[in-house]
Ligand binder design. Sequence first.
Ligand code: NAD
Ligand code: WQD
Length: 337
Amino acid sequence: MKILVTGGCGYIGSHTCCELLDSGYEVVIIDNLCNSKEDVVDKIKQITKKEVKFYKGDLCDKDLVDEIFSKENIDAVIHFAGLKAVGESVLKPLLYYRNNLDSTLTLLEIMNKYNCKKIVFSSSATVYGSPKTLPIKEDFPLSTTNPYGSTKLYIEGILKDLYISDNEWSIAVLRYFNPIGAHESGLIGENPKDIPNNLMPYIVRVATGELKELSIFGNDYDTHDGTGVRDYIHVVDLAKGHIKAIEHICKEKGIDYYNLGTGNGYSVLDLVTTFEKVNNVKINYKIVARRKGDVASCYADATYALDKLNWKATKGIEEMCKDSFKFVKNSNKDLNN
Ligand code: NAD
Ligand code: WQD
């Protein structure tokens, strides 16, 4: 089976390509490299010892997407491509709406044209807004607090309307919680170009000495130590969830929604102290004001993914902290050589 992976050079996409290739799928990637590098394709080949076809280009480019489908005989699509920085989306909403919606509409139109009606979509726990109770179940009310989140919610709506119009589609909407960690090889992972917005990449930069200290956004939340609680999930566990989703949509038509999280909540301080312990480094931090828009706690009820997809996260936060650091140390070593 041949899978088109949009955004396959990115953080979650690259790990998913490895899992797909290891499971015997053929992989075609389209990525415009706006938030990734081409050498990831070689790293994927190095890890899996398999071939991957790479198209460098924009998913909004209808002619290119048409060309890919005409040449490649694609059976199903995993759609990662998109912009994902919450803060940037508030400053540049049109960029986010244009990129994330236009690319998805282009993709879906071409899929329809070639009668390829199986898609796994990368949604996010952000679509739950500020949940009233925890853990979060898939049928909780949906709302968003920023343009990035709205793009996810709109795309979920587009996919639902598409299925209503044509029951031949098989659609899995995966709502990720907080992916961290990296491939055990240390060859692929997440290392943002600019100052990171997310917690783990920031901690790693403090650990390498590139940043002086972590600012912890608030220690007065109603949580066990006052700092924000999230459901961190190892990116390799997350990637494996996509294989299960592909298997499922190949068996059953319909549209369905799955939380991909561990079901466990860890605080900012839990993550900092675990990172220090497993990597034997000191993370300097200071407590600052809460970050606007943050909720106190957010974690998944992941039982539906277990029941329907037979998927469950298996890696703990120790492994997540170890692998995140290993990847960045490894890439810094490459840069210095
Ligand atoms: P990423 O930025 O590492 O990967 C996205 C990839 O898509 C990048 O390689 C980028 O170059 C590419 N891309 C963006 N727009 C494109 C376009 N128009 N045409 C072609 N390529 C394009 O992000 P990620 O962390 O791997 O996230 C993957 C998906 O999962 C995204 O849709 C994101 O919104 C979603 N998601 C991510 C998280 C997270 O915390 N990382 C959480 C929930 C959901
Ligand atoms: C985690 C915790 C912060 C940075 C975001 C998106 C969400 C999804 C995943 C895409 C919070 C605290 C953080 C720092 C800190 N992405 N923190 N100091 O906000 O849960 O989710 O990424 O879909 O949509 O909103 O993740 O890693 O930014 O924050 O104290 O420098 O760490 O307050 O409690 P978040 P995060």
